[in-house]
Every structure is written in structure tokens, then in C-alpha cells.
Write a protein that binds this ligand. Structure first.
Ligand SMILES: Cc1cc2nc3c(=O)[nH]c(=O)nc-3n(C[C@H](O)[C@H](O)[C@H](O)COP(=O)(O)OP(=O)(O)OC[C@H]3O[C@@H](n4cnc5c(N)ncnc54)[C@H](O)[C@@H]3O)c2cc1C
Ligand SMILES: NC(=O)C1=CN([C@@H]2O[C@H](COP(=O)(O)OP(=O)(O)OC[C@H]3O[C@@H](n4cnc5c(N)ncnc54)[C@H](OP(=O)(O)O)[C@@H]3O)[C@@H](O)[C@H]2O)C=CC1
Ligand SMILES: O=C(O)C(=O)Cc1c[nH]c2ccccc12
Length: 350
């Protein structure tokens, strides 16, 4: 068995050094409360630094994404690039004296009722040494994008080209001239298809179900700002109806004909709240779909050597497959509690 150590933490134990964990530690710091931030990776906001593509930008206006106590620099554009966002997070952490303990992967956290304390076990990713952090409070900030969703596609072994997850995708450069099957039509799938087009690749995007596509902006105003404004006066379902109506107006009424049906149950904000499905904010993929540069195809039945057989019996040829199939939290794997109360921020806002 690996050696193990114990560390008493004065203040909360914060798991995750992404924007949420850093912000929690900073807010505590300004109130004179110490904390310890643990992260499995070797840098802060590793989702943004290690697992996202080059052209990524925030797709909500910057004032919705700034952390408490420090706005984005004035010279940042309305939609900061990922490099700007990361630089901001780094200066934020430095300004608030947040120094995470890196390479500490939390494998278990349970509340010791007898002692009235949390016992958090973390494994050092370099040495394998386990440390038990003991403290009165636990903050879970590991996010909704902690683990990749990798579907079990029939025939994946027989496919001759590379099959990768979108979290490894940096740019379309290596795909120049290639036929690429992108599985999934969330914000990742859509933007990767757009990027592939910009690099001279030929993407087909798998859309197996309904999807809400909204314009990122309408007449220069962010759709997200419109939604937040309307939520002050109207119930979420009414706001959803208005958003779908406006989307039809600004994006054109032919989405279903293009292969992008809206989900039969639930509006864009409702599905974000109930299922964690983020609506797609279009930044140009739609135009490429209309132009035929991005082909929409239905679900994959099985992969074969040179492509995929689709559920409608058609075959789509592909040199590479990119899985833009999303992410899931890893909290249920390590947090040993029974009654978790989940908050839905948009409902709260309303
Ligand atoms: C490509 C992409 C683009 C996005 N763009 C936007 C956007 O424009 N606007 C927006 O609002 N949201 C966006 N998101 C959503 C994203 O969830 C947020 O941007 C933000 O990163 C969430 O912050 P977080 O701190 O909750 O989680 P994360 O940033 O995911 O940070 C969680 C941290 O926890 C660590 N961790 C996970 N498990 C463990 C463990 N067991 N032990 C120790 N450490 C662990 C991870 O290493 C990570 O550093 C995007 C997501 C992706 C994937
Ligand atoms: N700032 C930005 O510009 C960007 C933001 N993001 C954010 O990152 C987060 C993650 O987004 P994303 O990576 O797109 O993940 P999502 O979870 O949003 O989307 C995953 C997609 O994959 C589909 N899918 C999953 N499994 C399969 C399967 N077996 N066959 C076919 N399709 C499948 C889903 O379809 P179904 O609905 O049918 O399950 C869905 O369309 C979101 O919050 C998103 O908004 C991502 C990229 C860019
Ligand atoms: O890009 C993302 O992943 C986001 O989570 C941004 C976001 C949060 N809530 C929303 C509701 C509608 C559109 C985007 C978002």
C-alpha cells in the first residue's frame, strides 16, 4: 500500500481549481477565511488550458463570466479568447493569494459524523501518495465537464482512422482535405465543424435528436442578456417560448429542414436547468450547414473500416471521427453523501 499522510485544514477544503473553486477561495480570503484548494491537474482552470481548442472564446458577454471582486480588464473584447480568460484567471488567483495544491486527485470525501469533520482522500498523481485532508467544510467545485463522455460505438475497432474526443482537438489543421465525422451537435460539435471548414476539411455532423440553436446575438444584443432580462418579469417557460420565437426570426425558419429539429419537450433554458443541456449559441456553423459545407447526418448505427453506417441505412465515408459527445461530473464517484440538494441558478434568478 502507498504511504499516506494526514493534513488538518483550517477552513474549507475546496475541490477543483477551475473558475468556481478559485472564486470560492478568493471570496473566503477577502473575508479572512483560509482554505485549501485541491486539483488533480498541474495548473488552474485545466479544462480551459488543456482540454479546449485554440479558437475558443467565451460565448457569453464578459460581464456574465467575471469572478467576484475583479472585473475583466477594460481592453478585453466582449467575448474574451480562451487565452485572455486563462490570463485573467491567473491574475485573479494571484491577486487573491489562491495557491492550489496541484496533482491532488480527490478519490473520496465523507463526513465523519462522530468527529463533525470531512475526511477527504486525495491521491498524488506523481507519487501515488495518499493524503487525508481533514476539515470542517467541503466545497465541491469539480464542475460538469470533469470526465469525457465516450459512447460505446459498435465497430469502433474496425474503423481505420483516428477516433478522438473533442477535448483533444486543437485546430482543424491536421484534418485538411479529410472527411471528418463529428459525433454530437452541442456547442463543441458545432464549432469544431466550423473550424474544420475553415481549415479545408469536410465535416459531417451527427445529430441524433432535437437541439436548440439560438443566435449568439440579436441586433447586437446578446441573446443571453435578453434571456436574463426577460427572466426578471416572466416565468422561465414563457421566456423560452419567446427565445424560440426570436430564434426563428433571426436564424430563419428552416432549421428542421436542415436536420436541426428542436427538442419535442422543453425549451432551451428549461433543458439547461433540468438536464444540463446547454443550448447552442450559433457563431457561424449554421451558415456552413446551409451552404452544404457541413453535412448533417442522423445517428450512427456502427462504424466500419472507412466510415459509418447510419440509423437510416445510409453510409457516410470518413477518414477520422471526433467525438463531441459531451462531459459528465465525477462527483458521484467520490462524494459519499446521500442527500444532495441541487440548485438551479436560472430558476433562482427568476
Ligand atoms: C469547450 C468549453 C467551452 C465553455 N465555454 C463556456 C462559456 O463560454 N461560458 C460559460 O459560462 N461556460 C462555458 N463552459 C462551461 C464550463 O463549465 C465553465 O466555463 C467553467 O469552466 C466551469 O468552471 P468550474 O470551476 O465549475 O469547473 P472546471 O473549469 O471544469 O474546473 C473543475 C476543476 O476540478 C478539477 N477536478 C475534477 N475532478 C477532480 C477530482 N476528483 N479531484 C481534484 N480535482 C478535480 C479539474 O481538474 C478542474 O480543474 C465551457 C465548457 C467547455 C468544455
Ligand atoms: N464558449 C463556447 O463557445 C463553447 C462552450 N461549450 C460548452 O461546453 C459544454 C460542453 O459542450 P459539448 O462538448 O458540446 O457537450 P454537450 O453535452 O453540450 O453536447 C454533447 C452532444 O453530443 C451528443 N451525443 C452524445 N452521445 C452521443 C451519441 N452516442 N451519438 C450521437 N450523439 C451523441 C448529444 O446529443 P443528445 O442531446 O442527443 O444526447 C449532444 O448533441 C457546454 O456547456 C457548452 O455550452 C462548448 C464549446 C464551445
Ligand atoms: O457555454 C456554456 O457552457 C454555458 O454554460 C453558458 C450558459 C450558461 N447558461 C446558459 C443558458 C443559455 C445559453 C448559454 C448558457
Amino acid at each position: 500500500m502507498m504511504a499516506s499522510r494526514t493534513m488538518w485544514v483550517n477552513g474549507p477544503i475546496i475541490v477543483g481549481a477551475g473558475p468556481a473553486g478559485i472564486a470560492a477561495a478568493a471570496c473566503l480570503h477577502t473575508r479572512g477565511v483560509p482554505s485549501v484548494v485541491l486539483d488533480r491537474d498541474d495548473c488552474l482552470a485545466s479544462l480551459w488550458q488543456r482540454r479546449t481548442y485554440d479558437r475558443l472564446r467565451l460565448h457569453l458577454p464578459k460581464h456574465f463570466c467575471q469572478l467576484p471582486g475583479m472585473p475583466f480588464p477594460d481592453h478585453y473584447p466582449e467575448y474574451p479568447t480562451k487565452h485572455q480568460f486563462v490570463a485573467y484567471l491567473q491574475s485573479y488567483a494571484a491577486a487573491f493569494h489562491v495557491h492550489p495544491r496541484f496533482r491532488q486527485s480527490v478519490v473520496s470525501a465523507r463526513f465523519d459524523h462522530a468527529a463533525g469533520l470531512w475526511r477527504v482522500q486525495a491521491s498524488d498523481q506523481d507519487t501515488g501518495v495518499t493524503t487525508e485532508y481533514i476539515g470542517r467544510w467541503l466545497v465541491v467545485a469539480t464542475g460538469e465537464n470533469a470526465e469525457r463522455v465516450i459512447p460505446d460505438l459498435d465497430g469502433a475497432d474496425s474503423f481505420k482512422g483516428p477516433v478522438t474526443h473533442v477535448s483533444e482537438y486543437k485546430s482543424g489543421e491536421p484534418y485538411k482535405g479529410k472527411r471528418v465525422l463529428v459525433v454530437g451537435c452541442g456547442n463543441s460539435g458545432m464549432e469544431v465543424c466550423l473550424d474544420l471548414c475553415d481549415h479545408g476539411a469536410r465535416p459531417s455532423m451527427v445529430v441524433r435528436d432535437g437541439v436548440h440553436v439560438l443566435p449568439r446575438e440579436m441586433l447586437g444584443v446578446a441573446t443571453f442578456s435578453v434571456a436574463v432580462f426577460l427572466l426578471r418579469f416572466l416565468p422561465l417557460r414563457v421566456v423560452d417560448r419567446l427565445l424560440v420565437l426570436l430564434a426563428g426570426l433571426f436564424l430563419g425558419g428552416d432549421l428542421a429542414r436542415l436536420g436541426l429539429r428542436r427538442p419535442s419537450h422543453g425549451g432551451p433554458l428549461e433543458l439547461k436547468n433540468s438536464k444540463g443541456r446547454t443550448p447552442v449559441l450559433d457563431i457561424g456553423a449554421l451558415e456552413k450547414i446551409r451552404a452544404g459545407d457541413i453535412k448533417i447526418v442522423p445517428g450512427v448505427k456502427r462504424l466500419e473500416a472507412g466510415g459509418a453506417e447510419l440509423v437510416d441505412g445510409r453510409f457516410v465515408a470518413a477518414d477520422a471521427v471526433i467525438l463531441a459527445t459531451g462531459y459528465h461530473s465525477n462527483v458521484p464517484q467520490w462524494l459519499k453523501v446521500t442527500n444532495l440538494i441541487m440548485h438551479t441558478p436560472l430558476e433562482d434568478a427568476h
